[in-house]
Design a protein. Structure first.
Lengths: 324, 298
């Protein structure tokens, strides 16, 4: 219980830090970009929309600026996104969100499962082909920029081999009502970006799982299991693998931020209509309310994911509950 | 007194490189890139910025990697761009390491409330997704200069190392030789800099390499989306122009792919060295050779 309270407290502190950063960045920047932006929109937006932007950017003579900002953020009132046809920020984001959750969510989980499995097998057959080939290969792959792997796969699979479409989340002319044809269209657009994320994120899982596994396999209880004559496959997955997975679960939470960061550029390369692409569009169009809301949302998503995996680790591994 | 120590260090480094193929490969690549960084003009046959050739040429002897849609020589641009990426890697790696050591070691050595406060700050910065934050800061500063990029990457990049170093310093803190130093009445700064930090060298080096790799990738990504200064010469900026002119669709794949290969080469060199240092501090991870296996079986 104390562990839960501690983690919850940490979640709140991190959230508070993210909110503070989000609130102060536009005010602290040299040349006060916030006021310059606001000047651009005078006369183009109605006063209520202007006021929401002022609060979001933290300028103007409002009293209790911080409380107004906090109230707007917590109630999801992020103002108007002027680069997306003056739609509200919340509705613009809610259109992009399913695309990101589908693409990034599925490919992150796929990369995690694949990498953990391969890493465990590599460590199990120490000195075997997998153990000798995988680590050096993925040390090098982990140094590739995510977006560049995306460019490479566009060039090879899309432009040279013509197997998959180059850009977008679906064919622009397609009817977006749900049909099997449309589902297939969406899927074929998702293959290359998903492939890019999996290829670049799988190496980290392989290396950490292999390294954990090497330590665990040397433990006495694994020797004991061997001495009892249990089947190797059973020892691998049910004895050694389970325990080697625990630190990786924490690692999963920690690197989630990296995966999401990489996914922003992957979405950009493929013009994939998700949150990351939206963020960069907002940056290019100087759509600061949208930008701030997206940064806040991505941060919250990562923090909540970390919290959940902390709880999962504590449930699965009693030792961590007493630590710090 | 100082000389023999340095020589011994160099000899040890030489032995390490001869034994470890990963470290050897990493150092050779890094050395070549450092030479290009120091003397870019030796490697650029043409003015990298000059738009004087026919645009979109294929490979030829005069232009080993062809030309861009603006009529610039791709190979010269590639060589000239080396400097900025290598400098960002070195400067950010160096500053991050200093900050990580300062925060991590101070936290572990002081303990108590100081440790709690510093650890909290470290963990918070660790979990806030850095790249979106970098994008937001860069967006407000408008076309980030070299030092803006360095600043942003250092602020967001030191926490991982600080956390690792704190854990190792904690495990060293109560060793007998440190207690002895304290009992002798040595000053804190002496204990920290002479007794506590030297045994952590391999982890500190690994942290430098990790931070440098992070800096190379993040800076390239930032420049690729146009948030750096697009008029400077760097691999990320090349990628930005290539993407904006649809180099892939225009049949100039080398323009877009070559800078990425260079980033990957620099990144791989750092990652290979990093992994080699990991194996030094944790011998269990070293590759199992046939010779060692035979010995173990016998």
């Amino acid at each position: 219980m104390r562990f839960l309270v501690r983690r919850l407290g940490f979640l709140l502190v991190a959230l508070w830090a993210a909110l503070t950063v989000n609130f102060f960045i536009p005010r602290l920047m040299p040349g006060n970009p916030a006021e310059a932006i606001l000047a651009q929109f005078h006369g183009r937006l109605n006063p209520a929309a202007l006021k929401a932007i002022e609060v979001a950017l933290g300028i103007g003579g409002h009293q209790n600026l911080l409380t107004a900002y906090l109230r707007n953020t917590l109630t999801g009132n992020f103002g108007i996104s002027f680069s997306q046809g003056n739609d509200t920020v919340s509705s613009v984001i809610s259109k992009a969100l399913p695309w990101s959750i589908g693409l990034v969510g599925i490919s992150t989980i796929l990369g995690f499962l694949l990498g953990t499995g391969l890493g465990a097998i590599a460590a199990w057959r120490r000195g075997g082909v997998l153990d000798n080939v995988l680590p050096p290969t993925f040390i090098i792959v982990s140094a590739f920029p995510y977006f560049w792997v995306g460019l490479l796969s566009i060039w090879f699979f899309s432009l040279t081999l013509n197997w998959f479409p180059t850009l977008g989340g679906y064919t622009a002319t397609a009817n977006t009502a749900f049909t099997w044809g449309f589902a297939g269209d969406v899927l074929s657009h998702a293959v290359l970006p998903a492939f890019t994320i999996v290829i670049t994120s799988v190496g980290g899982w392989i290396l950490t799982m292999r390294n954990n596994m090497i330590t665990v396999v040397a433990e006495d209880y694994v020797k004991m299991a061997r001495a009892k004559g249990l089947r190797p496959r059973r020892i691998l997955w049910q004895y050694a693998g389970r325990n080697a997975l625990l630190p990786n679960l924490t690692g999963f939470a920690m690197s989630l931020g990296f995966v999401i960061s990489g996914a922003i550029l992957v979405e950009y390369v493929f013009n994939y209509p998700g949150v990351g692409f939206l963020l960069l569009q907002a940056v290019n169009n100087e759509d600061y309310p949208l930008m701030q809301a997206l940064f806040f949302l991505i941060t919250v998503a990562v923090l909540v994911a970390i919290f959940i995996s902390d709880i999962a680790t504590a449930l699965l591994d009693p030792r961590t509950r007493n630590n710090r | 007194m100082k000389r023999p120590h340095l020589l011994r260090l160099l000899a040890a480094a030489g032995r390490f490189l001869r034994r470890d193929k990963k470290a050897m490969a990493g150092s050779i690549i890094l050395f070549v890139l450092l030479v290009i960084t120091a003397f870019p003009s030796w490697f650029t046959p043409d003015d990298p910025a000059a738009e004087i050739y026919s645009p979109g040429m294929a490979l030829s002897w005069a232009h080993p990697l062809g030309t861009t849609s603006f009529g610039q020589d791709v190979f010269s641009q590639l060589m000239a761009g080396t400097r900025q990426s290598v400098m960002i890697a070195l400067v950010v790696g160096f500053l991050c390491t200093i900050l990580s050591v300062a925060v991590g070691v101070t936290a572990a050595y002081s303990g108590g409330l100081v440790d709690d406060a510093l650890s909290l700050v470290t963990d918070v910065i660790l979990v806030i997704p850095t790249f979106p934050l970098i994008i937001v800061i860069a967006a407000y500063t408008k076309s980030a200069s070299f030092w803006t990029i360095v600043f942003v990457l250092v602020v967001t990049g030191w926490s991982y190392g600080a956390r690792q170093l704190r854990v190792q310093a904690l495990s060293l803190r109560n060793r007998d030789y440190l207690l002895a130093a304290r009992a002798r009445g040595e000053a804190s700064w002496y204990i920290i800099s002479v007794e506590l930090i030297p045994p952590m060298t391999s982890l500190i080096v690994a942290n430098f390499l990790g931070a440098a790799l992070y800096a190379v990738l993040a800076a390239a990504g930032l420049q690729f989306v146009g948030l750096g200064n697009v008029n400077t010469e760097s691999w990320g900026t090349m990628l930005y122009w290539a993407q904006n002119n649809e180099a892939l669709q225009a049949g100039l794949p080398l323009w877009a792919l070559a800078p990425g290969i260079m980033i990957a080469v620099l990144g791989s060199a750092l990652a290979l060295l990093n992994y080699a240092f990991d194996e030094v501090s944790n011998p269990a991870l070293r590759p199992v050779t046939t010779k060692r296996r035979k010995k173990a079986a016998a």
